[in-house]
Design a protein around this ligand. Structure first.
Ligand SMILES: [Zn+2]
Length: 480
């Protein structure tokens, strides 16, 4: 942090943190004096608490911890310490086209990616998107991301996706998919089996594997997407024994009660991408329905082609959409909601523990408890007027804090961001490969298709006849 600090000074000086260079992998780390959202089973919130990391694990949690000699101390005073956030569905390969589809509907997304231009992506374009997205994730405190990678037209594309994920010190799950072929085609090839054997046989918990199928089988599937996948898909999966506790139903927004019953009965969970459902049109963000069926929830961002890729936005949008629906339903009955059902605490759970449970990683990550892997986020920003007073820590995370307040991120015991700066990450390289992909795709599309893709036609707006006229003159005031 300061040029003057040396390894000898890193302990015990309140307010003065270690230099970034001193946070070497393997060195024990202690966060001091945090407001801590443990997200343990009882959701304990600790005040003035410390958290000690040794190796890749959380060693101890509590006030005034004794720590091994040489431990680096990070002052968490005024900050919130929470588990690393978990995104259970993100199409990372699309990130090189960040923001391009801001005004798209789902139809425009499907046409652009599935029918027109998705097949233009080369392995190096998948690499560029994944590299940028992976860096973005850890920068925003998302320590585990499911890369819902359905742009893998060949195993060369898949190798490129994994190369990028392995370059960034986050925890990732590759969900393998290919929108250009049926899953029965690509998953049956010898190249696919060879890829899985080569890249996923080590049992490394930093990089997991899922199958990303739609309209078919598990483990993660876009289900309940209005106009695309619906109750028939759920019924077929159920009848063929494909619904298991590890199945993640992405969006799950437009399903019948019967489908929700089947999901609940088989123990699966929903990955809710509220920003996505709100603007693409898969259906209303379903948390208000899911709770009627006792279906577990995790959160996700879907794609940076449209939306932000930080879970602060996901938490905020999800809480707001749920409450908006409650009010709307009540007003339809001429009733008033006097007490909100969904609380900030619950959406913080969904962004952390809910994701860990959905991915079968709950024994590994998702809460700040001794013995778990050290995936930890410190939200602290002494330069911000928004970080005090800190009265309702869950509410502060959801409605006050943002990605710019992420001070320190630890993944698997390694500090990957400290004092608001990423460590050991080559952002310059990510910028360069992203520029190359954008240049290439601009060339493939040509200027007209590029512009049309970014700016879909606006339907004609109908302005209602107004029975009133209103004019204002300086002399006479309002005249009607
Ligand atoms: Zn998606």
């Amino acid at each position: 942090m300061t040029a003057a600090s040396s390894p000898d000074q890193v302990s015990g000086q309140p307010g003065v943190g270690p230099a970034a260079a001193d946070l070497t992998p393997g060195r024990p780390i202690v966060f001091r004096n945090a407001t801590m959202l443990t997200m343990d089973d009882a959701h304990h919130v600790l005040h003035g608490a410390d958290l000690l990391i040794t190796g890749d694990r959380i060693a101890a949690v509590g006030p005034g911890l004794q720590v091994p000699e040489g431990t680096a101390e990070i002052d968490a005073t005024g900050g919130i310490l929470m588990p690393g956030m978990i995104d259970t569905h993100r199409h990372m390969w699309q990130t090189a086209m960040r923001g391009y589809g801001a005004d798209w509907t789902l139809t425009q997304y499907f046409v652009w990616n599935y029918l027109q231009w998705g097949k233009s992506f080369r392995p190096q374009d998948i690499y560029a998107g994944n590299l940028l997205s992976a860096i973005e994730a850890i920068d925003a405190g998302v320590t585990t991301s499911v890369d819902w990678s359905h742009g893998l037209q060949t195993t060369d594309h898949a190798d490129a996706a994994v190369d990028a994920l392995e370059e960034v010190p986050g925890r990732f799950v590759l969900a393998y998919g290919n929108i250009q072929q049926g899953p029965w085609e690509w998953s049956a090839t010898p190249e696919f089996r060879d890829f899985v054997n080569r890249r996923f046989s080590s049992g490394n918990d930093m990089l997991g594997f899922q199958m990303a199928f739609d309209l078919g089988a598990p483990v993660t599937t876009h289900a309940g997407v209005r106009g695309a996948t619906g109750d028939d898909g759920i019924r077929l999966m159920y009848e063929n024994g494909f619904m298991t506790p590890s199945t993640i139903y992405v969006h799950a927004a437009t399903l019948s009660a019967d489908s929700y019953h089947r999901i609940a009965a088989t123990g699966g969970s929903a990955s809710v991408s509220t920003e996505s459902e709100q603007s693409a049109g898969q259906g209303y963000p379903p948390t208000w329905k899911l709770r009627e069926h006792g279906i577990a929830v995790s959160l996700s961002m879907d794609t940076s082609v449209w939306w932000s890729a930080d879970l602060f936005s996901a938490m905020r949008a999800t809480l707001s959409a749920d409450r908006a629906r409650e009010h709307l339903e009540a007003h339809g009955q001429d009733e008033t909601v006097t007490h909100h059902y969904l609380r900030a605490e619950q959406v913080v759970d969904w962004a952390t523990r809910g994701g860990a449970k959905a991915l079968g990683m709950d024994s590994l990550t998702g809460s700040l408890e001794p013995g778990k892997k050290a995936d930890v986020v410190l939200i602290k920003n002494d330069a911000s007027p928004v970080m005090f007073p800190l009265l309702h820590p869950y509410g502060h995370v959801v409605f006050q804090a943002g990605r710019g307040d992420v001070h320190t991120v630890v993944v698997n015991g390694r500090v990957v961001k400290y004092d608001h700066h990423l460590m050991d990450v080559d952002l310059g390289k990510a910028r360069q490969v992203t520029e190359q992909t954008v240049d290439y795709l601009q060339g493939e599309l040509g200027p007209d298709a590029w512009n049309e893709g970014m700016h879909p036609e606006i339907p004609e707006a109908r302005v209602l006849e107004n029975p009133y006229t209103y004019t204002y003159t300086e002399d006479q005031g309002p005249v009607s």
